[in-house]
Design a protein around this ligand. Structure first.
Ligand code: GLU
Length: 447
């Protein structure tokens, strides 16, 4: 291994032994950046990696809110402003009980490279809270969002840091947070958040963007492989906004969706009707986090406590749920099942061991920071529309999304060729995303 890369990985591990998710992504990304460091010794002389793995700012705050019985609750809120070399910090907010500094740092680090890949001027950031939206009333969600924004507002702004949604944060939550931001700031700065409703500055296609973009990207991969998406079988996990968009676009393009899942298990399918796809939105809105509801409604087989990986016959596995949902035993089952493609849609769905196993066994893995970049891309287009004070048509936004996803694939292939790493989408995405950030950081001096 390149000695500089090795040194920074080991120093980071020593510094943050209690942040496993963050260390996982640092190790994965830095290892594949080795060819860039072999070629550019000046990076070491300018402490580029030491700066890259350290967020510019980490903010942690207390969020106090009251439930429907008038009882107070206390949660931890976070915003990690990771890297602003190429634009204002940009990235979602996650509300989930598992949220901690390690999770937010891993997401912020990934976001820095993902945003760079889009070609749009957006730095990397991420935030959230260890708040569990499951089973909460609408009033409780509103009061939580207001309390959260009452602390967050002082750290963000359309030219500073622009949050959006992630797990547990959709249009409803963004609406409540924007309302509170506007009330505190006494200014109509709608470019401060993306994923807004259409009536107050949201963009058409934003809700669909992550899922649509993931399918557009994979279509480019298939074209490169000389294959057609029509008739291919896709096993999805998750049933939220991302899986919904992917299922919708796959079905439209003539592919067959053969599963969706939740924390409680998966359902086996043989294609999806429009009614089934629409029902995914109702499941998300119910805040029950329960996939069995789908099997109860449509009478399709439900497999309690199981994941689709290795169980469902498919051509492509497409994780759309959460981080580390494909572990080493899952990877072994995937290889045994003979599935050749994994198209990662959720952020870092594959553990490093599982990723190494899949790649060693000839599975082509498309990494999440490229595959799911459609969401933040349309967020970037929403920011542009807000700055212009104009709204574009669905067709305009969709066309731009398609060309951004195609551009990401092209820049990955270019990076693979420049560094001679074959058609390795994981290495190519890291190298391509890193290039622009590194150039900007070098140009801006020791900050
Ligand atoms: N949370 C999404 C992501 O992981 C979207 C971020 C955004 O739109 O800013 O990329």
């Amino acid at each position: 291994m390149n000695s500089y890369v090795e040194k920074v990985i080991s120093e980071t591990k020593k510094k943050y032994p209690c942040q496993p998710e963050f260390l996982q992504t640092v190790e994965e990304v830095l290892t594949s950046l080795e060819p860039a460091f072999d070629k550019h010794p000046e990076y070491e002389a300018n402490a580029l990696l030491e700066r890259l793995v350290e967020p510019e700012r980490e903010i942690k705050f207390r969020v106090v809110w009251s439930d429907d019985q008038g009882k107070p609750h206390v949660n931890n809120g976070y915003r990690v402003q990771f890297n602003s070399a190429i634009g204002p910090y940009k990235g979602g907010l996650r509300f989930h009980p598992s949220v901690n500094l390690s999770i937010i740092k891993f997401l912020g680090f990934e976001q820095t490279f993902k945003n760079s890949l889009t070609g749009l001027p957006m730095g990397g950031g991420k935030g959230g809270a260890d708040f569990d939206p499951k089973g909460k009333s609408d009033g409780e969600i509103m009061r939580f969002c207001q309390a959260f924004m009452t602390e967050l507002y002082r750290h963000i702004g359309p030219k500073v840091d622009v949050p959006a949604g992630d797990l547990g944060v959709g249009g409803t939550e963004i609406g409540y947070m924007f309302g509170q931001y506007k009330r505190i700031r006494n200014a109509y700065e709608n470019g401060v958040l993306t994923g807004k409703g259409l009536s107050y500055g949201g963009s058409l296609i934003r809700p669909e963007a992550t899922g649509f973009g993931a399918v557009y990207f994979f279509n480019e991969v298939l074209k490169h492989e000389g294959k057609d998406i029509k008739g291919m079988r896709f096993a999805l996990s998750g049933f939220g906004n991302v899986a919904w968009g992917a299922a919708k676009k796959l079905t439209e393009l003539g592919a067959t969706v053969v599963s969706i899942s939740g924390p409680d298990g998966y359902v086996a399918l043989n294609g999806m009707t429009d009614e089934m796809i629409d029902f995914m939105l109702e499941m998300r809105a119910s805040r029950r986090d329960c996939c069995k509801d789908f099997s109860d409604k449509f009478g399709v087989p439900f497999f309690a406590g199981k994941k689709p990986w290795g169980n469902v016959d498919a051509d492509v596995y497409m994780p759309c749920a959460c981080q580390n949902e494909i572990t080493l035993p899952d990877a072994e089952a995937i290889v045994t099942k003979g599935v050749h493609y994994v198209n990662e849609v959720s952020n870092m769905p594959t553990t490093n061991e599982a990723m190494a196993y899949l790649r060693d066994h000839g599975v082509l893995l498309a990494p999440s920071k490229a595959v799911n970049a459609g969401g933040v891309s349309v967020s970037g287009l929403e920011m542009t529309q807000n700055s212009e004070r104009l709204s574009w048509t669905a067709e305009q936004v969709d066309d731009m999304l398609k060309s951004i996803m195609k551009g990401i694939h092209t820049s990955i292939v270019d990076a693979c060729n420049a560094y001679g790493v074959g058609y390795d989408l994981v290495a190519g995405a890291n190298l391509a995303g890193f290039k622009k950030v590194a150039e900007a950081m070098m140009a801006q001096g020791w900050v």
